[in-house]
Design a protein around this ligand. Structure first.
Ligand code: PMP
Length: 427
């Protein structure tokens, strides 16, 4: 399969070689690297992509969930962008009406008292952590193996990826996601040392394998954090799409702080963090000793316009509900097709993870559970064959649906998975 990949993609290979002479490894976003070389995409339209060699793909990777809105701007987003360009101008270097409007909408929609904006989910998490530290006067943070909170806040479980964490010594990593007892022990131990500022967790581990946290685990974790006066931060950068007011609200988690990003900029660069007014007040510049949160592009004109349009006119609560129901339906069909094989599926709503394990583990609740049992060879084979069939998914088995993907295209994908399993009986 790899030999065919190389033969089919000479121009991508050539582009990769060229790129590697100016960018380490040929790209500027490490996870986009695939061996022997990544495909260079040069055009997107709706839910499709075209690569350098002219192949067309149905985009099921959805830019790791950020591409929710599709590659062609929705008319409302396009209008907002043109209004910003034609009637407002690029950055004003001042507070603006548009930033207030987007902030107010984020607060209403995601049930936040106050919000602040940034340029990425990574920044949002860094600032949320700084806020929690200022609020509590403590330093350390409990996170989970497999947790991903940004390029400098990652705690990978395996697969040869190295975490690259700022101030790594301040983070205490709990080995088992969904293991409430283990997490509680760590929270209590660090708190007893007098130094626990926050617990930072995803409601569904995204990069860690699209593994949903159980309601019991997440609520118990919140209670444990609260009991010791630590700030419970829910990273919803990926999961805010899963329910109209985010997954935290859906599960009744009532987090102290929430971090957001991705599609909420309408396709432009974006991040945000917010929550309880008394915590967010550490960022109020009218108060003595407030914490600085600056950033030239935090309130950039374009994202303030497009983000507002995306949330108010495109990804409405009704659309969110219907879209995630489609994802659940797709996952259920895939589960049926793969029953009794080494392939299994995880996820929630429009986010789907696929896993190849030696024993075909069906109920995957943490990366730890399948450590050492993963069949990377089958995962790679699957990826090569899906590309040949015209389906773009991530090499590590992540699927994030985009708005506008047609039912018949998803039928085609289910069929392609089924044919793969039929061709490789040993899977
Ligand atoms: N948190 C989570 C849960 C994410 O999935 C991501 C991005 N994949 C981030 C944070 C970081 O966001 P960004 O890439 O915008 O910095």
């Amino acid at each position: 399969a790899e030999a065919r990949f190389i033969a089919n993609n000479p121009l991508s290979q050539k582009q990769h070689t060229l790129a590697a002479s100016s960018l380490p490894g040929g790209n500027t976003r490490s996870l986009l690297h695939t061996s022997p070389f990544p495909l260079t995409m040069n055009r997107g339209q709706g839910t499709h992509l075209w690569d350098e060699d002219g192949h067309k793909y149905l985009d099921l990777a959805g830019d790791l969930s950020a591409g929710l809105l599709g590659h062609t701007p929705h008319p409302a987003v396009r209008r907002a962008l043109l209004t910003a360009l034609d009637s407002v101008g690029l950055n004003l270097g001042a507070t603006s009406v548009q930033e207030e409007r987007h902030a107010a909408l984020l607060c209403t929609r995601f049930r936040l008292d106050r919000v602040r904006m940034s340029n990425s989910g990574t920044e949002a998490n860094l600032h949320a952590l700084a806020g929690a530290r200022a609020f509590t006067g403590r330093r350390r943070v409990v996170v989970f193996t497999g947790g991903y909170h940004g390029g400098v806040l990652s705690f990978p479980s395996a697969r040869g990826v190295q975490g690259n964490t700022v101030d790594a010594r301040d983070f205490v990593v709990v080995p088992g996601y969904n293991d409430l007892e283990g997490a509680r022990r760590v929270v209590e131990r660090v708190a007893a040392e007098g130094d626990l500022a926050a617990v930072l967790v995803e409601a569904v581990q995204g990069a860690g394998g699209v593994i949903p946290g159980t309601e019991g685990f997440l609520r118990g974790l919140r209670d444990a954090a609260r009991a010791v006066g630590a700030v419970f931060i829910l990273d919803e950068v990926m999961t805010s799409r899963l329910a109209p007011s985010g997954l935290g609200f859906e599960l009744g988690l009532d987090p102290d702080l929430v971090t957001l990003g991705k599609y909420l900029g309408g396709g432009l660069t974006f991040g945000a963090f917010g929550g309880r007014a008394e915590i967010m007040a550490v960022y109020d510049p009218r108060l003595a000793g407030s914490l600085a949160h600056s950033g030239t592009f935090n309130n950039n004109t374009l994202a303030m316009h497009t983000g507002y349009a995306a949330l108010s006119e495109v990804y409405t609560p009704e659309v969110s509900v219907a879209f995630n129901a489609e994802g659940d339906a797709l996952r259920e069909r895939l589960v049926v097709v793969a029953r009794g094989t080494r392939l299994s599926f995880t996820g929630r709503g429009s986010l789907i993870g696929l896993h190849f394990t030696e024993d075909g583990t069906e109920e995957i609740t943490s990366g730890e559970q399948i450590r050492g049992k993963e069949r990377g060879d089958l995962r790679d084979l699957f990826w090569f064959e899906m590309l040949e069939a015209g389906f773009w998914i991530t090499r590590r088995g992540f699927i994030a649906l985009m708005l506008g993907t047609l039912g018949e295209e998803l039928d085609g994908f289910v069929q392609a998975v089924s044919s793969f399993l039929g061709r490789h009986r040993d899977v």
